[in-house]
Design a protein around this ligand. Structure first.
Ligand code: HEM
Length: 323
């Protein structure tokens, strides 16, 4: 009898342990800093707000930093690390080089947060809060951000090159890239709605505007060719808005564009090209509320990707360097 009750207890303990270990975000919570840094949210928001007043695109750039952080070994602030003698950082990876931006704004947020509560808030969490604030300031939805991530003590150039999907991806590649991180196809489409804000370089959409006449509106192609010469190496960094109508407003115009064959990137138009995600795009194009609630749910899921918690990692003092 004793042995039966022991094994029953043992089984329960084991089950609890499995649930706990299996859910890597078990320790993230929306009130993580409520005692240790009560002014965190006002502090971050005021710096993000001035950065966006100064340059509206910065909201897009901060949101993208969070995506590129989470997709590379989890949301652990690894993208913020500068190169050191012992590793090359993620900033030099192909999807990031000459492309990701906003590091100075993150430094400013970190300084303000360190002044308010020294040594408490991770850089990984700062990216999560700054992304939410950017979306809100640009007119998008609000949500409670889960916190308690710690900062990585390493970065991975190789993982950044391998795990961030390129704009040449087809639909299957996009789906499997997101699925491999626990994000569904619907999450992938909703998160792609982040392309309702921000800019892309000519090098990211050149092939599409010259070659993809079958699923690209001809007048958009014409317009974009005007500032993105056909020859590689010429005008590579010239910018165009991902959402041709309202690139500094967080709305559902990105999906309306896709329905009208006006996606700027090859990967954008893949979401509405006769495949399995057409119906999701159509729903979002007709219903802004469905888009925003799915976007919020997917952002929270993305923020849950493999965080460092407990005594793993560290709370960096300077987001660019290990302590
Ligand atoms: C679905 C796969 C995705 C692909 C293939 C992709 C690709 C790209 C590319 C190529 C650019 C332009 C970069 C440049 O030319 O310098 C870009 C910009 C951007 N991406 Fe994505 N992206 C994807 C998903 C996401 C997600 C999930 C988010 C955020 C939740 C996001 C947020 C952004 C933002 C906001 C910009 C504009 C950044 C700025 O103006 O600084 N993207 N993306």
């Amino acid at each position: 009898m004793a042995s039966i009750s022991f094994s029953f207890k043992g089984a329960i303990t084991l089950a609890i342990l499995i649930v706990f270990l299996g859910s890597s975000s078990a320790q993230l919570s929306t009130n993580f800093y409520s005692k240790s840094c009560p002014n965190l949210f006002t502090t971050v928001k005021s710096v993000v707000n001035s950065a966006i007043q100064n340059e509206a695109r910065m909201g897009a750039s901060l949101l993208r930093l969070f995506f590129h952080d989470c997709f590379v070994n989890g949301c652990d602030g690894s993208i913020l690390l500068d190169d050191t003698s012992s590793f090359t950082g993620e900033k030099r990876a192909l999807p990031n080089l000459n492309s990701v931006r906003g590091f100075n704004v993150v430094d400013n947020i970190k300084s303000a947060v360190e002044k308010a509560c020294p040594g408490v808030v991770s850089c990984a969490d700062i990216l999560a809060v700054a992304s939410r604030d950017s979306v809100v300031i640009l007119g998008g939805p609000n949500w409670n951000v889960k916190l308690g991530r710690r900062d990585a003590r390493r970065a991975s150039l190789t993982a950044a090159n391998n795990n961030i999907p390129p704009p040449t991806s087809n639909l299957n590649a996009l789906i499997s890239s997101f699925n491999s991180l626990g994000l569904s196809t619907k999450d992938m489409v909703a998160l792609s709605g982040a392309h309702t804000i921000g800019q892309a370089r000519c090098t990211s959409f050149r092939a599409r505007i010259y070659n993809e006449t079958n699923n690209l509106d001809s007048s958009l192609a014409q317009t974009r060719r005007g500032n993105c010469p056909r020859v590689a190496g010429v005008g590579d960094n010239n910018l165009a808005p991902l959402d041709l109508q309202t690139s500094t407003a967080f709305d559902n115009n990105y999906f309306r564009n896709l329905v009208n064959r006006r996606g700027l990137l090859h990967s954008d138009q893949q979401l509405f090209n006769g495949g399995s995600t057409d119906s999701i795009v159509r729903t979002y194009s007709n219903n802004a509320n469905t888009f925003t609630s799915d976007f919020v749910a997917a952002m929270i899921k993305m923020g849950d990707i493999r965080p460092l918690t407990g005594s793993n990692g560290e709370i960096r003092k300077n987001c660019r360097r290990l302590n």
